[in-house]
Design a protein around this ligand. Structure first.
Ligand code: GLC
Ligand code: GLC
Length: 811
């Protein structure tokens, strides 16, 4: 069953009912100002950091679940309704929500009054614009009372929902004309404020929540809206809000449009007052002036559309398969941008108050983003590297506003350092910009500790070399990619964090997954060393990689698949010897991607075992058999009920690893099948089972052991986005950025026909036509560049050349 449909021409998903199984959301903003917006207008906004600079308040665990947002209430002859239907829940006569790239548009009507709401964040100002148009489609004159409503968050979102003894006394606002300024804590250490305004004279304003809603009332039918009368309240402590009242008369056929702006402003600390007690409003005045007419707002909207069209043109495919075209050209890349911006911080499932930017998460997100805006990827790499410690280990997370490592979680996740190499290698291949390696970067953000980025890569590499366990495999530390495989934790107290309990280092527990990573990214490191003239270092690296490679084939091989790990007693995890959790997906995917056991035959066996033991109709499970009881020696992985999350869920993130691994073996049919099973567009038809948004990936789909098999959770913020884009663009469609040029090496289903790709790469435009005879899965017979045959499948870079016309014959 579907709850809407794709509109590929408009690059939108069109939701046709407010009653989706879960809130289906979108993200507005691409730089500093961000909003989340659901298909019923729920959500919240923040500036740069969802925890530290939260602009509007959202209540997780609310009932109804999604009932705070930026709302507009219409009182039409006593009938109160909202364009997105919430929070009144009043049924409307027609409804449509279009989630587009960086904007959402709602069109609904009730009693022949039509409302159209367009919400977006412009590309170059810290604000959200809401254009609201009301049209009278009846034959009678209508007198409408329109109210806006936002509830301010007192900046620190965590504090905002816990520290009431203070917070209920500190709320402050300023009102000037049609603008409400939220200035809690501005009197002391803050120098920023937010504001909410509309480009018309208003009949009333409320800034105290209780005055507007009515004492003790929810937000469904505010008292001021019922009475058609704002109280002109001025918040003092308690709960500051901003609500406008606009009275309007609409003749039959007449329409009126308003531009509401929610913005963020900042002042120099020593110049923040206009007059004592009155905020200096330079930013607000500029922003409001820029968008004070519908024409100006629409100009900003046109710029936003242009921005996205230009970005997405950097990679487009045109094939006979609409799912592939749609996901590659629109939604997969869009989700890559969102995960790059958010890491795992702010979604409807990540509260934005806990995890900031993850070290490993952000490095991986970058893999799917670097082709879009390489300069931002560069900046991100330098930020991440600065949270590394001198011994190569790294803070697991950092806060986007301060860019400081997060002490609460600390370090000890032994895969983290290697992801930095992955990110830098991807950046170098995409851009050829080796100057990044010379950038001075601090350790632990401490001034005076700067060393060139290349030295950080060396520390990353050396961290593994110096942390090998009894079998010559990398020590796992607190956990590796699988945050829940906590082999040194031994937690028996309820509520203890699995990620921070116990020693951060154990001398015994080892990870075969990290070994696979080390072989894959250790070789990249070796390559980078060679290319920068560090021959000796490259040789050393090669030797170290070889050792770990051998250790994997020796102690890391179980007979039919790769072992997952050795626990703190040196017992195998993910082996046929185990009572539960006999096979895990991660080492199968990563070791094969790293090329381990290709010649020896292990690779093929491992992937066959994945298909045999982990495959379901909804995707590939992370492990089998599920853990049915808590294993003290394994930690959180065994804490989840069977079939959920890391305990035998279909953890989407590592499905593309298997698909890529299959392309390494040249098995295109199988690689494509693995891709297809969790692809949002392919499974749109079962939205009532899957339940999350059909235009993006979710972190997890319940596995075969779960009562709700096939149901997805934690949509949007998942490494699945980046890895799938890597898989789709590089492994399946086969357009691979390489150090010395673009490489073409598709691996697809035998039935997948001819296709073409347009790709921007190193300041040039590549037009690539690929002929793929029926039945062929992999293999390039010849390539012509501008009519000339080339040797091999790497298109040579020609300095200054702006366009390449490439023809590829597979066979
Ligand atoms: C979450 C984390 C990610 C981790 C994964 C597996 O998605 O954000 O860092 O690798 O879970 O545990
Ligand atoms: C939990 C989740 C895991 C996530 C981790 C982050 O363990 O199961 O997916 O990576 O928390 O702290």
């Amino acid at each position: 069953m579907k709850y809407g449909h794709f509109d590929d021409n408009a690059k939108e998903y069109v939701i046709t009912t407010p009653a989706t199984p879960l809130p289906w959301i979108n993200y507005l903003g691409s730089n500093d100002f961000f909003s989340l917006i659901s298909n019923t207008c729920g959500g919240y906004s923040f500036y740069k950091d969802a925890k530290l600079l939260r602009i509007t308040r959202y209540r997780y665990n609310n009932i109804p679940a999604d009932s705070n947002g930026k709302y507009y209430y219409i009182n039409d002859n006593g009938v109160i309704w909202n364009p997105g239907t919430m929070p009144s829940g009043t049924p409307v006569d027609s409804y449509e929500c279009r989630h587009g790239l960086g904007y959402s548009r709602f069109t609904s009507s009730k009693n022949q009054l039509q409302a159209e709401l367009l919400a977006f964040v412009p590309t170059d100002e810290a604000c959200e614009i809401n254009c609201l148009k009301l049209k009278n489609n009846s034959s009678e004159e209508k007198h409408i009372s329109l109210f806006s409503y936002v509830e301010f968050c007192l900046w620190n979102a965590m504090d905002d929902m816990t520290n009431f003894q203070r917070n209920l006394s500190i709320g402050e606002v300023e009102i000037e004309g049609s603008t409400v300024y939220h200035k809690t804590e501005y009197r002391e250490r803050r120098k920023h404020y937010s504001f909410f305004s509309v480009n018309t004279k208003v009949q009333g304003i409320d800034t105290s929540r209780d005055s507007f809603l009515g004492q003790g009332q929810g937000n469904a039918f505010p008292e001021a809206v019922r009475n058609r009368k704002a109280r002109n309240s001025v918040a003092s402590g308690w709960y500051p809000i901003a609500a406008h009242q606009i009275e309007l008369t609409l003749q039959p056929g007449e329409e009126k449009e308003f531009v509401f702006v929610l913005g963020y402003g900042e002042n120099p600390a020593d110049d923040k007052w206009e007059t004592p007690g009155v905020i200096k409003k330079t930013d607000a005045v500029r922003i409001l002036e820029r968008f004070n007419t519908t024409e100006k707002a629409m100009e900003a909207f046109a710029k936003l559309k242009e921005y996205w069209n230009t970005l997405l043109e950097r990679f487009t495919v045109s094939s006979g398969n609409e799912h592939i075209n749609r996901m590659a050209n629109i939604w997969n890349q869009y989700q890559c941008m969102v995960t790059f911006n958010m890491s795992r911080s702010a979604s409807y499932y990540e509260s934005g108050t806990g995890r900031g930017m993850g070290f490993r998460d952000s490095c991986q997100d970058l893999l799917g983003f670097v082709h879009l805006i390489p300069e931002r990827a560069r900046e991100r790499i330098l930020d991440i590297a600065a949270t590394q410690f001198p011994d190569g280990s790294a803070y697991h997370q950092y806060q986007p506003l301060t860019k400081q490592g997060n002490m609460d979680v600390g370090s000890g996740f032994n895969d983290d350092p290697l992801w930095l190499i992955a990110a830098v290698a991807a950046y170098l291949k995409e851009t050829g910009d080796y100057s990044i390696l010379d950038e001075p970067v601090r350790f632990d953000c401490k001034p005076g500790t700067e060393v060139p980025l290349l030295e950080h890569l060396n520390r990353s590499f050396q961290f593994t070399v110096t942390h090998l366990g009894p079998h010559g495999l990398p020590l796992i530390g607190r956990a590796d990619w699988n945050d829940c495989l906590n082999l040194n934790c031994f937690s028996s107290e309820p509520g203890e964090s699995f990620q921070t309990t116990g020693p951060s280092e154990g001398p015994v527990a080892e990870s075969v997954f990290i070994a696979g990573m080390f072989v894959k990214y250790g070789r990249e490191y070796e390559e980078i060393c060679k290319r920068t003239g560090h021959e000796k270092e490259a040789e050393e690296a090669e030797k170290a990689v070889k050792k770990v490679y051998d250790a994997v084939l020796d102690a890391g091989w179980d007979g039919e698949w790769f072992v997952r790990a050795y626990d703190a007693y040196s017992n195998k995890v993910g082996s046929s010897e185990c009572e539960e959790g006999k096979i895990f997906i991660e080492p199968q995917g990563f070791c094969v991607m790293a090329g381990i056991g290709l010649e020896e035959g292990n690779a093929e066996k491992a992937l066959d075992s994945v298909q045999k033991h982990l495959e379901t109709k909804y995707g590939i499970m992370i492990l089998q058999p599920a853990y049915t009881r808590y294993h003290l020696e394994l930690g959180e992985v065994s804490s989840y009920p069977p079939g959920y999350k890391e305990n035998a869920g279909i953890f989407c993130h590592n499905n593309p690893w298997i698909s890529i691994a299959e392309t390494v073996l040249g098995r295109g049919d199988r690689a494509f099948d693995v891709y297809r099973k969790i692809c949002p567009s392919y499974i749109e038809d079962i939205s009532e089972v899957h339940r999350t948004e059909p235009y993006v990936y979710s972190q997890m789909i319940a596995g075969a052991d779960a009562p709700r098999f096939g149901e997805a959770k934690n949509s949007w913020l998942t490494g699945t986005a980046a890895w799938t884009f890597v898989n789709l663009s590089q492994a399946l469609l086969g357009i691979q950025p390489g150090y010395d040029g673009l490489i073409v090496d598709p691996c697809l289903h035998g039935k997948f026909g001819d296709f073409s790709v347009k790709r921007r790469f190193r300041d040039a435009e590549y037009h690539i036509e690929i002929h793929k005879p029926d039945g062929v899965q992999k293999g390039v017979l010849w390539i012509e560049v501008d009519g000339e045959k080339i040797a091999g499948n790497q298109i040579p870079l020609i300095p200054g050349k702006k366009e390449y016309h490439v023809t590829v014959q597979m066979g």
